[in-house]
Design a protein around this ligand. Structure first.
Ligand SMILES: O=C([O-])C(=O)C[C@H](O)[C@@H](O)C(=O)[O-]
Ligand SMILES: [Mg+2]
Length: 434
């Protein structure tokens, strides 16, 4: 039998809590620490591959079942991995809500939860396989078509610090950003520190007139640079159209201005500003209606919830077929996922928009060395596997935080609950908010 050294002998799952700044969105504010799950897959040949995905309990439970099923198969048997994932039971209560993290990750279903879990395992298997064969992950996906992947600066309204009565890391070094001048100052910091050349503002936080003023201020400060605004579906169709009319001359695209495919289709029919989404098209099942209605011009893939790197390439092929562009969405993530995003993005032809990443907001990581942005881009490595290395001491420290009972409440990301610490009357706003 071929490839005995590729047989999986052990799978280790390590949930961690990672420091996160007080970034505002339409649901509330980021917690001081956010959960992530680190996956290690060990082979008979002594190679360990690493992956990363969401770490809330809803993901941890199926991840544990999947991990128990893997030993005995090979890291090259990725189709087996997906078959096993299909067998993993998902507690119906976990998907009852219909939406995830207040809706920021789109529809929620048992299948999507399984895909979000299996993606972390798929990346770990590809990392192990690449290391065993001496090939970079992009080569396992057919090879890179570019040598660097461009990312955009992900601007957030934010407080200078988390509420005083919460445990959090000391000063995140970014300061507050609560008005147009604060957003421009933040964008300048992003450019100074990482060389980013395009900017996305997370909106849906303040009334649209204030966010329009912030984007105008960015356009004046960075003439000609690609700009995006993403209120996570907080606006009505009419508000979306007003914003599109006011900012149409400077926007590269408007991201999820209104919630759901019918509303997005209505906006798209009445503006020439391209619409992007990581909310109304987050599964293959949602594609036919959205594409038939012309609701979106750019799909922002997230390899976590689309089911990994190979599924991301399948999504890109479907988008190409229908003349819809593809780029990448991001949630809070660590360097393992940044490496995975970079490998897959490097292999997708026609990926013309800079990808989203939260990574510059993360002061902590589980890697021995932090990936660096040059001119806003990450160079695509040819080192075998993902080309990044786990720092076991850092992993243990962030896991110890997860184990600490004082931090138990933070094991589930809940931006509305985090906001209630500062404003006890806060409830998740009804949509459309404006
Ligand atoms: O729509 C998006 O781009 C996101 O949902 C990305 C993140 O979840 C972001 O909104 C956040 O973390 O607050
Ligand atoms: Mg978005």
């Amino acid at each position: 039998m071929y490839g005995q050294s590729l047989v999986i002998t052990d799978v280790r799952l390590t949930p961690v809590l990672v420091a996160d700044p007080p970034l505002l969105n339409t649901q509330g504010v980021h917690q001081p620490y956010t959960p992530r799950l680190i996956v290690e897959v060990v082979t008979a040949g002594g190679v360990t591959g690493i992956g990363e995905t969401y770490g809330d309990s809803a993901y941890l439970e199926p991840a544990r079942s999947l991990a128990a099923r893997l030993p005995g198969g090979k890291v090259s048997d990725l189709n087996r991995l997906f078959t096993l994932a299909d067998e993993v039971a998902v507690d119906a209560a976990r998907v009852d809500d219909a939406v995830d993290v207040g809706g920021l990750r789109g529809a929620r279903s048992a299948d999507k939860l399984r895909l979000s879990v299996v993606s972390g395992f798929e990346v770990a298997c590809l990392d192990a396989l690449g290391k065993a064969l001496g090939l970079p992950v992009h080569a396992l996906l057919g090879g890179k078509v570019r040598d660097a992947v461009e990312y955009s600066a992900y601007l957030f309204y934010k407080w200078a610090e988390h509420p005083a009565d919460r445990a959090s890391e000391p000063d995140d070094g970014w300061g507050a950003a609560l008005d147009p001048a604060g957003i421009v100052a933040q964008a300048r910091l992003f450019t100074e520190r990482h060389g980013f050349r395009s900017y996305k503002l997370k909106g849906g936080v303040f009334p649209p007139a204030e966010e329009i003023a912030a984007v105008r201020a960015l356009a004046e400060a960075f003439p000609g640079r690609p700009l995006r605004l993403d209120p996570n579906g907080a606006w009505s169709v009419e508000t979306s159209l007003k914003v599109a009319a006011e900012l149409g001359d400077v926007l590269e695209y408007l991201e999820d201005p209104a919630l759901g495919t019918p509303a997005m289709a209505e906006v798209a029919a009445r503006t020439s500003v391209p619409l992007a989404t990581n909310m109304c098209v987050t599964t293959f099942q949602e594609i036919p209606e959205a594409f038939a209605k012309g609701a979106v011009q750019v799909v922002l893939s997230d390899h976590h919830y689309w089911g990994g790197l190979r599924r991301t390439r399948e999504l890109a092929a479907v988008c190409r077929t229908f003349g819809v562009a593809v780029s990448m969405h991001s949630n809070t993530h660590l360097g393992i996922s940044l490496a995975a995003m970079t490998h897959v993005a490097a292999t997708v032809p026609g990926l013309d928009h800079a990808c989203d990443t939260h990574y510059p907001w993360q002061s902590e990581d589980v890697l021995t060395s932090r990936p660096r942005f040059t001119d806003g881009s990450i160079t695509v490595t040819d080192t075998p596997g993902l080309g990044v290395e786990l720092d076991h001491a850092r992993l243990a420290a962030l896991h110890a935080r997860w184990l600490d009972d004082d931090f138990r409440a933070l094991r589930e990301r809940d931006d509305a609950a985090a906001m209630r610490v500062a404003d006890p009357r806060w409830t998740t706003p009804a949509v459309p908010r404006w």
